[in-house]
Design a protein around this ligand. Structure first.
Ligand SMILES: NC(=O)c1ccc[n+]([C@@H]2O[C@H](COP(=O)([O-])OP(=O)(O)OC[C@H]3O[C@@H](n4cnc5c(N)ncnc54)[C@H](OP(=O)(O)O)[C@@H]3O)[C@@H](O)[C@H]2O)c1
Length: 346
């Protein structure tokens, strides 16, 4: 039997005004698939980029949107033998699940909808302590955080006392990166462009640097570390902060760049990189799909940090599902702290 879902779709690229709400028929789940009824949907900066046609090339027309949600499995198709689930999870009807980043076709079955049919291997169990809203904002940001720290040589085994700088600290990813690094034992430094967010960040980090300019970042990190610099800088801002990031790094430190919030090109003085023996890393969370060992390690670390209370998304704002364009406009204004979610009430 088919299921009717309501879904946000767009025919041409642009801003949130391009989205239209339609009815979309879902087939019953086939072999290796599951029908999931959504309770909440997580927004990501990538959704704005995709809508603008700036994320992995121009999307087809029409196209759906969204990579994150939490919901309850209501129907399972027959399992496919030999298909290894991520982190050993075996889906069951009634489970509350979230989505493994990079495994869904968001253009064909984006999560801005009320229900979806997904491959079972895309599903992960939402940690019991989390609400539906928190579950909707959990996996994409936390897997990005834990895998990105790992690329920068920060793991539970190596983190004790390491100094970690997180820029765009109030972003959905920034907040959980601070939590993850702290839970692993690192000394954390949160950098934000917004002075108004400093007080809330001081609950999450050992030091807060308000850095509306690259020079503020360099000076603030030097003050926070007594001039020693950081062992790892984790950054989605790029562009004119890139050189400053290298200056914040300690000798033999690592800089992981995972976003381009302020622009794609960066003027760099390569002497800083050479004289400090820095590791400069580009990172996308899609790496975990190419490396099975890393995937299982990162999923295991993420779920175990969450179970111990060390990882919990901060929900910035909740919007009704029908107000998705308004929620995206709010995200573009950058006033939020943590994750924006849509709630589904049907
Ligand atoms: N590589 C990957 O695999 C991966 C995965 C997930 C996300 N990302 C990237 O990570 C970034 C954050 O994603 P998100 O969903 O967490 O975003 P978000 O919650 O929308 O983050 C917004 C925050 O980023 C900071 N920011 C925005 N524009 C800026 C600018 N021009 N200059 C400096 N700071 C700026 C501001 O933080 P403050 O007010 O605190 O400064 C702002 O509140 C995005 O670039 C996204 O594409 C990458």
């Amino acid at each position: 039997m088919t299921t009717t879902t309501r879904a946000w779709q767009f025919h041409e690229t642009g801003g949130p005004e391009k989205l239209e709400l339609i009815d979309h028929e879902l087939p019953p789940p086939g072999p290796g698939e599951a029908l999931v009824r959504f309770e909440a949907i997580g927004l990501n900066r990538a959704d704005l980029l995709e809508l603008a046609g700036l994320y992995f090339g121009p999307p087809p027309s029409p196209s759906f949107l969204g990579q994150e949600a939490s919901g309850v499995i209501t129907e399972l198709g027959p399992a496919i033998e030999g298909e290894a689930p991520a982190g050993g999870y075996e889906p069951a009807v009634g489970d509350r699940v979230g989505l493994m980043v990079g495994r869904i076709d968001h253009r064909g079955m984006g999560t801005y909808r009320t229900a979806a049919v997904f491959p079972q291997k895309t599903l992960l169990p939402v940690p019991e302590a989390l609400s539906a809203d928190e579950g909707a904002g959990f996996f994409l940001a936390t897997l990005t955080a834990v895998a990105g720290l790992n690329v920068g040589h920060l793991t539970p085994a190596s983190a004790d006392g390491a100094r970690v700088l997180v820029t765009a600290a109030s972003s959905g990813v920034g907040v959980v990166t601070l939590q993850a690094a702290r839970a692993m034992g690192a000394v954390t430094i949160a950098a934000t462009t917004a002075a108004a967010k400093a007080e809330r960040l001081s609950d999450l980090a050992d030091h807060v640097v308000v850095a509306p300019t690259p020079n503020d970042l360099v000076e603030g990190v030097a003050a926070a570390t007594g001039g020693a610099g950081v062992d790892l800088a984790f950054d989605p801002v790029g562009f004119d902060y890139a050189e400053a990031l290298m200056q914040t790094a300690a000798q033999d430190g690592h800089v992981v760049v995972y976003g381009l919030l302020s622009g794609m090109e960066a003027p760099l003085d390569l002497r800083t990189m050479i004289f400090k023996d820095l590791g400069l890393h580009g990172f996308t969370v899609h790496r975990i799909q190419r490396d099975r060992e890393l995937l299982d390690e990162v999923v295991g670390t993420t779920l175990s940090l969450a179970e111990r209370g060390g990882l919990r998304p901060i929900i910035a704002d909740r919007y009704a599902f029908e107000d998705a364009p308004k929620a995206l406009e709010a995200m573009a204004r950058n006033q939020h702290f943590g994750k924006i979610v849509l709630e589904v009430n049907e």
